[in-house]
Design a protein around this ligand. Structure first.
Ligand code: ZN
Length: 129
């Protein structure tokens, strides 16, 4: 259970980091589905140092529903190549936007996944499902 601690040794951990790291992987808490049919099936985190993708099992934290149309993801991810801990805070919106704090203020992204979800949703509605 505590083996993960060693991989974080290069980055001083806060108490909150430890709490989030003790949670299940974010991938295990997906998909997030909204009443209007929008679905976030996967979320990718990238290392703040090397920009490499953090694998699902190493991106852990909480997914909470703030409002019917907004969910919040708070997570920490550990990069396997540089062993850096990166903190994530995202809000998922039912119009496929992903927002959160960045170095330059509040940011907004459209995740790659959204296109696929959008297409599959259109196909489903075309099929009358
Ligand atoms: Zn890295």
């Amino acid at each position: 259970m505590e083996t993960s601690e060693g991989s974080c040794a290069t980055s001083p951990l806060t108490e909150r980091d430890g709490e989030l790291w003790a949670k299940p992987p974010i991938s295990a808490q997906l998909p997030v589905r909204f009443d209007n049919g929008t679905e976030f099936a996967s979320i990718e985190g990238y290392c703040a140092k090397c920009d490499g993708a953090i694998i699902d099992a190493d991106l852990r934290g909480t997914v909470t529903r703030l409002l019917p149309a907004v969910a919040c993801v708070e997570a920490v991810g550990v990069c396997r190549s540089c062993r850096m801990l990166t903190r994530f805070y995202w809000r998922l919106h039912d119009d496929f936007r992903l927002t959160g704090p960045t170095r330059d203020g509040w940011g907004e992204w459209l995740p790659k996944q959204s296109m696929f979800s959008r297409v599959s949703r259109v196909l489903r509605s075309l099929l009358g499902a």
